[in-house]
Structure formats: structure tokens, C-alpha cells
Design a protein around this ligand. Structure first.
Ligand code: HEC
Ligand code: HEC
Ligand code: HEC
Ligand code: HEC
Ligand code: HEC
Ligand code: HEC
Ligand code: HEC
Ligand code: HEC
Ligand code: HEC
Ligand code: HEC
Length: 309
């Protein structure tokens, strides 16, 4: 009921301005319409035309709004002047503030669930804008300017160095992408990670590490990153340190041999616990404690409690 007078008001305003139809956006408020842009900006026209934004079938898309001018603002004065720079078009150039650029996109995307945490994201506060990652005119998947391993690592050089280390998540191999683990638009959790905790994130792909275990290893339950780096490491299996040093950072600070002599039980059967063969060779502590993420065997014969198989 309350809308009716507003509609009448708009109608009479449109009439006063000499417009023929208010249903047709062209001409209203200085919009020139997409047909005017095509001839002079063929490349931009083509890239737009092949993007999701140009789909008439998607309600709320620019195609159903002001097309080019949904993002670049009204263009009739630009057209009248025969085009050119600095004739009032909105650009995504370097001099325009991040906030202003993002606001063009958020006008439509504010409600999108992907952007629910944008306003509190580190990218927003660091001055990264939508168009640093997306370009409507390059046509990639999700309008991304490049594959993530190039796009994200172009700014995150420290992470790039890590992903080149000997042991790494297969990011550059294309089997895992940054956005499998992070939401670049922000997340409620730490470091824009797509889960409530680091462990919940890891369990998504490494479900076997969730357990339940009869004998838990407390640092595993607490945080996988107690022992693993996530992007890359110079030690095998993404370990932060090589065993025995990794283990000894928590289990006693004395040297390896001193530690071994702390073992109270006779093992292995030949009683060679202190033989150098068991100390540093091969898998070190893991020679025996191979179920390091948790044991399920009963205490006794197979020593589940001590993560010994
Ligand atoms: C008569 C030709 C012509 C028409 C019509 C035209 N443009 Fe342009 N436009 C230009 C030229 C020339 C430039 C300057 C390009 C350059 O120097 O790289 C330009 C620049 C732009 C810029 C950058 C402005 C700046 O300040 O840097 C945008 C955005 C733009 N046009 C969008 C549009 C849109 C949207 C339409 C349709 C509503 C349109 N143009 C219609 C010729 C035209
Ligand atoms: C969904 C928003 C959106 C729509 C719709 C859109 N553009 Fe753009 N346009 C951008 C963004 C973002 C950039 C800057 C990123 C880049 O260079 O790819 C840009 C860049 C441009 C530029 C270079 C000047 C500048 O702003 O950096 C021109 C010219 C242009 N667009 C013309 C057009 C024309 C013509 C259409 C319609 C056929 C159109 N655009 C539709 C978002 C849009
Ligand atoms: C006039 C409204 C409107 C504007 C302005 C707009 N978008 Fe969109 N955009 C949509 C709609 C509608 C969709 C399709 C539904 C969806 O994915 O939310 C879409 C889809 C997308 C997609 C997914 C594309 C795909 O192929 O899956 C990206 C990325 C995107 N927009 C980024 C942007 C960016 C960046 C800007 C600003 C430069 C922008 N949009 C401006 C309405 C808009
Ligand atoms: C740091 C890079 C980055 C920034 C900044 C960024 N995005 Fe994205 N965006 C991405 C990536 C990567 C994806 C693809 C995610 C995926 O495939 O899971 C994406 C996907 C999207 C989608 C599609 C979601 C879907 O799955 O359909 C929309 C819409 C979108 N972004 C809009 C925006 C808007 C609007 C802004 C600015 C407010 C923005 N993005 C800023 C990297 C970014
Ligand atoms: C397998 C999951 C995973 C993948 C894939 C991944 N990350 Fe991470 N990333 C994490 C976790 C977990 C953290 C640390 C969270 C914490 O400290 O609580 C993190 C932290 C970060 C940080 C913050 C570092 C710091 O020291 O503050 C950045 C930046 C980052 N990642 C960027 C990236 C980029 C860029 C990619 C893609 C090249 C990527 N990540 C791929 C899981 C991942
Ligand atoms: C234009 C440069 C740029 C691009 C592209 C970029 N980032 Fe960032 N990113 C930053 C800046 C700046 C920060 C804030 C400072 C920092 O922590 O390094 C940041 C922070 C982060 C953080 C840490 C967040 C936190 O809470 O501490 C993560 C994770 C991250 N980016 C992931 C990504 C992912 C994933 C991509 C690709 C989809 C990406 N970034 C693309 C510039 C960029
Ligand atoms: C999106 C899925 C995904 C997530 C989330 C994930 N990983 Fe992985 N992870 C993989 C894949 C894929 C491999 C490679 C497996 C292979 O090569 O067979 C891998 C391998 C590993 C490896 C062995 C590396 C090596 O050198 O053999 C470790 C350790 C690991 N991940 C730990 C983690 C930790 C810790 C987390 C949580 C911070 C995590 N992963 C989260 C997919 C994931
Ligand atoms: C106490 C240290 C420690 C913690 C904490 C830890 N790991 Fe490990 N993880 C290791 C060691 C040591 C290896 C190497 C085992 C081997 O070579 O047999 C390993 C290997 C792995 C591997 C590759 C081999 C395999 O068993 O699949 C994955 C995946 C993995 N860990 C995931 C996780 C996840 C997920 C978490 C958190 C739930 C986690 N780790 C917590 C010590 C740890
Ligand atoms: C971040 C610290 C930390 C790291 C690293 C760590 N542990 Fe543990 N571990 C613990 C804690 C805490 C317990 C619980 C019992 C305790 O307090 O000693 C435990 C328990 C154990 C137990 C069972 C002890 C018992 O009495 O039930 C064994 C066996 C064990 N760890 C072996 C290892 C091995 C082997 C490594 C290296 C691959 C390792 N741990 C790395 C903290 C750690
Ligand atoms: C030759 C096999 C073997 C090797 C190698 C080994 N362990 Fe053990 N460890 C055992 C067995 C078996 C037990 C159970 C002891 C018991 O039943 O009293 C045990 C018990 C433990 C315990 C719990 C009891 C205690 O003494 O505190 C810890 C912690 C432990 N080992 C850590 C380590 C670390 C750290 C290393 C590497 C520096 C290591 N172990 C190397 C076989 C081994």
C-alpha cells in the first residue's frame, strides 16, 4: 500500500524529465545502455558477454540491471563526449580507494553467504580489493585473474617459499588449492581458515587422524601444528623437526642416548635398546612408536598405550 504513492512520484518525476518509459533503464539517470559501449570497447564487451554477469537467466545479474554501467556508473556523458579518460566513468584504477571499488561489487554481493565475513577479513583491512583477485574481463573460473597458485602466491612470497620445500601439500601440483583451506573473503576462525579449528580443518581430508583412539596422544588432539607445518617443510611428512628431536622437544631435554636409557622395559626382544641401531637410524623413535597419532591396541601385548604396533 505504501509503495503506491512512491511509484506515482517516480512516474511523475520520469514524466517531468521527459522519459518515455520507466521500465527501461536506458536513458534514465544518465545511463547510456550497453549497445552504446560495444562499438568502442569490443574486447571488454566480449569478455563481459561471456561471463556469468551477462547471463539474463540469473536474476539480479548486471544483464538484468544496468549491464556495464552496474559497475562503471552512468555513461551517457562519457558517450556524448565521444569517450576518453576522465569523462566521469567509474574505473578500477590504482588511484581509486579499495573501499569505493569494493562497494561497487558489494552493492549486489553484500548478501552473498561467501561474503558474510568480508567486513572483518584481514584482506579488507589490509586494503586488498575484489578486483585484486577478480576480473570480470579475463573470463577465468569464478572470474579469477589467475590460478590460485599464481594469484595468491604472487602476494604471499613467504608461503610460496614454503610450498617449494621438499615436503609440502600438493598445491603447486594442483591437487589442493588455497581455497580448500582458506576463505579469501574472511572466516570467523583464525587466519581465515575454513573450519572452527586447525584440527577440524585437517580432519576434513585426513579423517583417519580423528580417531577415536583408545590411547590418545595429547599433542595430536590439541593441535596438528604441534608437529606439522602446513604449507611446507624440509623434513619428511611436513614435520616441524626430525625425530628424535621432534619427540625430545617434549619428552625430556637430554641427549638421545640419555633418553634411550630412560626406557624402562626390555626391548626389543634381543634387549638391544641401547644399540646405536635403534637410536638414530631410519625412522628413529618411529621404528617402534609407529602409531604416533593414537593407539587402539589394549595395554599389554601390543602396547597400544605407547603407540607401539
Ligand atoms: C565513442 C567511443 C566510446 C563509447 C561509445 C564508449 N567509450 Fe568508454 N572510452 C572510450 C575511449 C576512447 C576511452 C579511453 C580509453 C583509453 O585511453 O584507454 C574510454 C574509456 C572508458 C573507461 C575508462 C575511463 C577512465 O577514466 O579511464 C571506461 C570505464 C569506459 N570507457 C566505459 C564505457 C562504457 C561502460 C560505455 C558504454 C556505456 C562506453 N565506455 C562507451 C571510448 C568510448
Ligand atoms: C561486474 C562488474 C563489471 C561489469 C558488469 C563490467 N565491468 Fe568493466 N571493469 C570491471 C573491473 C573490476 C575492471 C578492472 C579490472 C580489470 O582490469 O579487468 C574493469 C575494467 C574496465 C575497463 C578499463 C578501465 C578500468 O576501469 O580499469 C573498461 C574500459 C571497461 N571495464 C569497460 C566495460 C564495458 C564496456 C562493460 C560492458 C560491456 C563492462 N566494463 C562491464 C568491472 C565490470
Ligand atoms: C548488478 C549486480 C552485480 C554487481 C554490480 C556485481 N555482481 Fe558479481 N554476480 C552477480 C550475480 C547475480 C551473480 C551470480 C550469482 C552469484 O554467484 O552470486 C554474480 C556472480 C559473481 C561471481 C561468480 C562468477 C562465477 O562464474 O561463478 C563473482 C566472482 C563475482 N560475481 C564477482 C563480482 C565482483 C568482483 C564485482 C565487482 C567488480 C561484482 N561481482 C559486481 C551480480 C553482481
Ligand atoms: C584475495 C583474493 C580475493 C578477494 C580479495 C576477493 N575474492 Fe572473491 N573469490 C576468490 C576466490 C579464490 C574464489 C573462488 C573460491 C572457491 O572456488 O572456493 C572467489 C569466489 C567469489 C565468488 C563466487 C562464490 C561462489 O563460489 O560462487 C564471489 C561472488 C566473489 N568471490 C565475490 C567477491 C567480492 C564481491 C569481493 C570483494 C568484496 C571478493 N570476491 C574479493 C578470491 C578473492
Ligand atoms: C591444507 C590446508 C592449507 C592450504 C592448502 C593452504 N593453507 Fe594457508 N594456512 C593453513 C593453516 C592451518 C594455517 C595456520 C592457521 C593458524 O595458525 O591457526 C595457514 C596460514 C596461512 C597464512 C598466515 C600465515 C601467518 O604466518 O600468519 C597465510 C598468509 C596463508 N596460510 C596463505 C595460504 C596461501 C596463499 C595458500 C595457497 C598457496 C595456502 N595458504 C594454502 C592451511 C592451509
Ligand atoms: C594483492 C595481494 C594479495 C593477494 C592477491 C592475496 N593476498 Fe592474502 N593477504 C594479503 C595481505 C596484504 C594480507 C595481510 C597481511 C599479511 O598477513 O600478510 C593477507 C593476509 C592473508 C592471510 C592471513 C589472514 C590472517 O587472518 O592473518 C591469508 C590466510 C591469506 N591472505 C590468504 C590468501 C589467499 C588464499 C589468497 C588467494 C585466493 C590471497 N591471500 C591473495 C595480500 C594478498
Ligand atoms: C583439502 C584437503 C586437505 C586438507 C584440509 C588437509 N590436507 Fe594434508 N594432504 C592432503 C593431500 C591431497 C595430501 C597428499 C597426499 C598424497 O600425496 O597422497 C596431504 C598430505 C599431508 C601430509 C603428508 C605430506 C607428505 O610429505 O607426505 C601431512 C603430514 C598432512 N597432509 C597434514 C595435514 C594437516 C596437519 C592438515 C591440517 C592443518 C591437513 N593436512 C589438511 C589434503 C589435505
Ligand atoms: C606428536 C607429533 C604429531 C602430531 C601432533 C601430529 N602428527 Fe601427523 N605425523 C607425525 C609423525 C612423526 C608422522 C610421520 C609418521 C611416519 O613417517 O610414519 C606424521 C605423519 C602424518 C601424515 C602422513 C602419514 C600418514 O600417517 O598418513 C598425516 C596425513 C598426518 N601426520 C596428519 C596429522 C593430523 C591431521 C594431525 C592432527 C590431527 C597430526 N598429524 C598431528 C607426528 C604428529
Ligand atoms: C608437543 C609435545 C609432544 C611431542 C612433540 C611429542 N609428544 Fe609424546 N606425549 C606428549 C604428552 C603431553 C603425552 C602424555 C603423557 C605425558 O605427559 O608424558 C605424550 C605421550 C606419549 C607416549 C605415551 C606415554 C605414556 O606414558 O602413555 C608416547 C609413547 C609418546 N608420547 C611418544 C612420542 C613420540 C615417539 C614422539 C615423536 C614422534 C612424541 N611423543 C612427540 C607430548 C608430546
Ligand atoms: C626399539 C623400540 C623403541 C624405540 C626406538 C623407542 N621406543 Fe619409546 N617405548 C618403546 C616401548 C616398547 C615402550 C613401552 C614401555 C613400557 O612398556 O614400559 C616405550 C615407551 C615410551 C614412552 C613412555 C614411557 C616412558 O619411558 O616415559 C615414551 C615417552 C617413549 N617411549 C618415547 C620415545 C622416544 C621419544 C623415542 C625416540 C627418541 C623412543 N621412545 C624410541 C619402544 C621404543
Amino acid at each position: 500500500m505504501r509503495r503506491f504513492p512512491v511509484f506515482l512520484f517516480v512516474l511523475s518525476l520520469a514524466f517531468l524529465l521527459g522519459l518515455h518509459s520507466i521500465g527501461d533503464v536506458e536513458g534514465a539517470s544518465g545511463y547510456a545502455g550497453i549497445d552504446m559501449c560495444k562499438g568502442c570497447h569490443e574486447t571488454y564487451y566480449d569478455s563481459y558477454a561471456s561471463s556469468t554477469h551477462a547471463k539474463k537467466a540469473i536474476s539480479g545479474s548486471p544483464a538484468n540491471r544496468e549491464a556495464c554501467e552496474s559497475c562503471h556508473g552512468p555513461g551517457s556523458s562519457h558517450v556524448e563526449k565521444g569517450g576518453g579518460k576522465g569523462t566521469g566513468m567509474f574505473t578500477f584504477g590504482k588511484k581509486i580507494s579499495t573501499k569505493e571499488k569494493a562497494s561497487k561489487c558489494l552493492a549486489c554481493h553484500e548478501e552473498s553467504k561467501h561474503l558474510a565475513f568480508w567486513s572483518m577479513s584481514k584482506h579488507k583491512s589490509a586494503g586488498v580489493s575484489c578486483d585484486n583477485c577478480h576480473s570480470i574481463h579475463t573470463g577465468g573460473e569464478k572470474n579469477l585473474k589467475a590460478a590460485q597458485s599464481i594469484l595468491c602466491l604472487g602476494c604471499h612470497k613467504d608461503i610460496k617459499a614454503q610450498t617449494n620445500k621438499q615436503s609440502h601439500h600438493p598445491i603447486k601440483e594442483g591437487r589442493v588449492s588455497c581455497s580448500d583451506c582458506h576463505d579469501p573473503h574472511g572466516e570467523f576462525g583464525n587466519k581465515m581458515v575454513k573450519a572452527d579449528s586447525v584440527n577440524e580443518l585437517c580432519y576434513k581430508c585426513h579423517a583417519d587422524k580423528r580417531g577415536p583412539f583408545m590411547w590418545e596422544h595429547p599433542p595430536v588432539e590439541e593441535n596438528c601444528l604441534n608437529c606439522h607445518d602446513v604449507h611446507g617443510s624440509n623434513h619428511s611428512k611436513l614435520l616441524t623437526k626430525r625425530p628424535p628431536y621432534l619427540c625430545q622437544s617434549c619428552h625430556g631435554s637430554h641427549g638421545t642416548s640419555a633418553y634411550y636409557s630412560d626406557h624402562t622395559m626390555p626391548m626389543p626382544p634381543d634387549g638391544s635398546i641401547n644399540s646405536s641401531a635403534n637410536k638414530l637410524v631410519s625412522r628413529s623413535c618411529l621404528n617402534c612408536h609407529s602409531n604416533i597419532h593414537g593407539g587402539n591396541g589394549p595395554h599389554g601385548a601390543n602396547r597400544g598405550q605407547f603407540f607401539v604396533r
